[in-house]
Structures are given as C-alpha cells and as structure tokens.
Design a protein around this ligand. Structure first.
Ligand code: AMP
Ligand code: MG
Length: 486
C-alpha cells in the first residue's frame, strides 16, 4: 500500500516553492472517490480510511512526505501579476500508473500558504464538486485534462458570499507547471532558474526534445502544439473555460483549473460564462485568440533561451494547427471523413443555422448522429421553424453519400451514425445539472454527485434510463453565469 509521497519538484532549489504543512479541516468525510482512476494507480477501490485517508487529506504525514506550494506568476485578464502561487493547494507528491507514467497528486483547499495573499487557503464544496465533475466529464469525452481522484467535505466553515462548507479536491495532472512558472523567473530576472525549469520540463515530460538541435525550441513547439489541440477540443465540444489566465494554462496542454466554466447550451459564439468577465475577454469564440495571446506571453518569457525568430516561427504555426485539429474534430462530428470541395460552405452554413435559430449545440450533433434510428424528425424538432433546417439538411445528406468505407463501398447511414455517436456526446455537464447536484450536496445528500459522475463517465452511451439528463435545459438553467468565488 502507498505509504508516503514524494515529488521530483522538491529536488529543485527553494526559489521554486515553499514547503507547507496542510491545515486540517474538521471532520473530513468522502463525498466521492474515483474508483476507476484509483485503479490505474493500484489504489483501493473504496474510499480510503485510516492512514491513507490521513495522507490524502494531509492530516498526518508520514516521514518523507513534504507537501509544497509552487511559486508562479501570470497574466490575469491581460495584466501581469507577480504575486501568484499555490494559494490554497499543495503538491502532495507523484503517483505512477501501470504504464509507468507519472502524475502529480495535488490537494486543493489545504489551507494557507505563503502565496495565499488575501485568501483563506480554502475551497468550498460547490466549486470542488464543479471541478470534480467537469474534469472527469472532459476526460470521458477524450479532452486532455487534469483529473479528480476524490473529494472530501468537512465541518470547517468557509466564508464566501455566505457561509459554506470547506472541501478538498484530490487532483491528478501530468504536471502542475503552468505558463506562469516561466513568467515568474523571467520577470524576476532569474535566468538560471528559468533555464533549470526548462531543463526539468524536458527531462521529466518531454524527453524527446533532448535529442533535437535546439531542445528549448522543441519544448516550445510541444507547448504550442498541445495548446492548439486542447483548444480545438474545447471549440468542437462547446466548452468555455472562463478564466484563461496564463497561470491556468498547463504547459502540457491539459484543461486546467476549473472555475466558472460552461458548456454551450444554445450555439452562441460570444457566450461568456464568467460572471466577472465584463469585457468578454474569455468568451467562447475568443478562446483561440486568447490561447495565442497566452502563448505569446510565454514566448516572451522564454526569450532568454530561444531565438526570437524561432519563437515567432512556432507561434506562427499555432493557428494552422488549431484549424487542422478543429476541422478534424468537426469532420468526425459530422461523419464526413473525406475532404470535398463543398465542405467549408457546408460547415459555415451549419454554424450560421445554429446561431440564427439558437439551437442547442450538443443536441444538434447527437440528433444528427441518430438519423438512422429516429429519422430526421427529431432533428427538425429542435428548430421552432422546422422548415429552416431542411435545405441545410438536404445538402448534408447529399454530401454524406460521397462517404466510402475502407473497401470503397458507399457508407450506409447506420455505419456513419454509429461512428458519429462515438464522438457526439449524448450527455454533457450542463451548469444546471451541476447546480442541482450542488444544492443536494449542500444538504448532505451526495447521491446526485455520484449519479452525475457515473452518467458522465459514459457520455457517448445511450443510457436509456438516464435520458432526462440529455434534455434541453430549463429556462432558469440556460446560459448560467458562474461567479469566480470558489
Ligand atoms: P484561480 O482564479 O483559482 O486560478 O486562482 C488565482 C490565484 O489565487 C492562485 O494563485 C490561487 O492559488 C489563489 N487563490 C484562489 N483562491 C484562493 C483562496 N481561497 N485562498 C488563497 N488563495 C487563493
Ligand atoms: Mg488558478
């Protein structure tokens, strides 16, 4: 059994972090334990009690386990903030899965650290449930993301707009190194540490870069590429992150730090999920542009290590790579794998149709994936003006006739739809569903959190007994803006 935890990050000099002792919460108990993820690490199938629970909550730490809070900085809403760092989370250590891959284990809500600034070091149950459910839902969709191993609630009061319960999230990630880590060393002119950080990133996570002519440029190339791939997933699946500050950008392109995120209900490109985002900086359709802005901020911080021309060359590839990845995802969603001349027009007309008629983004693609079973009626029913969709649908179905299987035979509707159902989810974490689970959990009933976690672990499966969860949101649950307070 796992008896202690260590992290390679603690081999770095003290400028990189501070050791912290987690401040225990009162009477912690498990809300949910992720048995499936636990299994990949050979951890118990049921929520640990005793020593292992104390290790995971930071209450009793065995010798050799030295949790640390990482120091970083970052651009928040476009402005540089030098004073960031893990203000309420600690890196407990690293876990290895059966394939020998290493993952950080991070405890969020563990108390004050030297980087807590005005904060209390805590996380509330509400935001912890949101991060748990969404990161797991994203993982099940296939989107690169941090994950959640478990979540605990406590009797410790935490004051936000009202008094709430303190909670803990056990998060796993391939790394917790953010763009902001590099920015910190650049802006404090610690170029030796900047270089050391890049060396360690390459050694730990991107060993293939070592053999390249310019390993640092190769590292940046990976960061650009992975970020583009992550954003392509977000845009194709209708995910708005809400706080794309550079301290919330993982260098390995995993969706990171779930706060006021939201999935699109109706297709509305300018959707703003973050209640505090007055300018719409992080609106859904701004995400590609902001990702590039964030990469440019990172590039600036890497300028002591990489020639300007190399940085610019890598940045210049971002848009094309994102566009290629996005097209690939959208093609799969539409079941159009071959490339045909009329496709870009078909795509453009589809987005226009969805926007003009305020059509639910997820339901549209799912119904399109079910025309073999339901006919086109269920799809047309999504439109108040049923006739409006008919011309586009006619062109689309005509276009589908050009698809071929591996033997060159025309693809049947069943074959096409079967494939489409593996990439167009029936179930997503709509904000109102999360809210219902939160309201119950705040009354001490965690059954809805469990049910949603189970449902969203198989987002592409029909799960006929759960169909109500695929319904359009009620009016009160549409376009919910979520507060940043967490
Ligand atoms: P976030 O908006 O959650 O990405 O947080 C931005 C920064 O504020 C990070 O450095 C966090 O560690 C810190 N922070 C957020 N909430 C708290 C809190 N309740 N107590 C201390 N620090 C916090
Ligand atoms: Mg953050």
């Amino acid at each position: 059994m796992l008896s202690s935890l260590t992290h390679r990050f603690s081999l770095l000099p003290s400028q990189f972090y501070s050791y912290v002792t987690p401040q225990p919460l009162e009477l912690t108990r498990w809300v949910i334990w992720n048995a499936q993820l636990a299994d990949t690490f050979d951890l118990p199938q049921s929520a640990p009690q005793g020593e292992l629970k104390c290790l995971f909550t930071g209450e009793v730490l065995p010798d050799g386990t030295l949790p640390l809070a990482m120091k970083y900085a970052g651009h928040q809403f476009g402005a540089y903030n030098p004073d960031l760092g893990d203000g309420r989370g600690v890196l407990l250590g690293e876990l290895s899965n059966r394939e020998g891959e290493w993952f950080d284990l991070h405890l969020k809500g563990a108390g004050l650290t030297p980087y807590s600034r005005m904060g209390d070091g805590r996380a509330v149950l509400r935001s912890t449930i949101r991060e748990y459910l969404c990161s797991e839902a994203m993982a099940a969709l296939g989107v690169p993301t941090t994950r959640a191993l478990g979540m605990l609630v406590s009797d410790t009061p935490v004051y936000r707009e009202k008094c709430e319960q303190g909670a803990l999230l056990l998060r796993t990630a391939r790394t917790h190194i953010r763009f902001g880590h590099f920015e910190h060393f650049f802006y404090t002119n610690q170029i030796d540490q900047l270089k050391l950080l890049a060396d360690k990133v390459i050694e730990w996570y991107l060993p293939d870069c070592k053999g390249q002519q310019n390993p640092y440029a190769a590292m940046f190339h990976h960061i650009v590429t992975r970020t583009a791939e992550m954003i392509a997933w977000w845009q194709a699946y209708g995910f708005a992150h809400g706080v794309m500050n550079t301290d919330n950008m993982s260098i390995l392109g995993e969706t990171f730090d779930y706060g006021p995120f939201g999935f699109l209900d109706d297709y509305e490109p300018g959707y703003i999920c973050n209640h505090s985002d007055y300018q719409g900086r992080y609106a859904f359709d701004q995400q590609p542009r902001i990702a590039l802005w964030n990469l440019s901020a990172l590039a600036h911080s890497l300028s002591p290590l990489i020639e300007r021309a190399d940085l610019e060359q890598q940045l210049a590839q971002f848009e094309q790579h994102l566009s290629d990845c996005f097209s690939q995802r959208m093609r799969a969603k539409l079941g159009l794998l071959s490339k045909q001349a009329q496709d870009s027009q078909l795509f453009a007309e589809m987005f226009e149709l969805l926007e003009t008629h305020s059509i639910d983004y997820t339901r549209f693609f799912r119904e399109l994936s079910c025309v073999d079973r339901h006919g086109i009626a269920a799809l047309l029913d999504l439109f108040i003006d049923r006739q409006a969709a008919q011309p586009w649908l006619n062109s689309y179905l005509l276009r589908c006739e050009l698809e071929r299987d591996e033997q060159g035979n025309p693809l049947t509707a069943e074959q096409r739809c079967h494939k489409m159902r593996t990439v167009n989810p029936k179930y997503i974490l709509r904000n109102y569903l999360a809210q219902i689970a939160i309201d119950k959990a705040e009354q001490g009933d965690f059954s809805e959190v469990e049910r949603l976690a189970r449902l969203l672990a198989q987002p592409y499966d029909e799960q006929p007994e759960m169909t109500a969860y695929a319904n359009l949101p009620p009016q009160w649950g549409k376009k919910m803006e979520i507060s940043c307070s967490s």
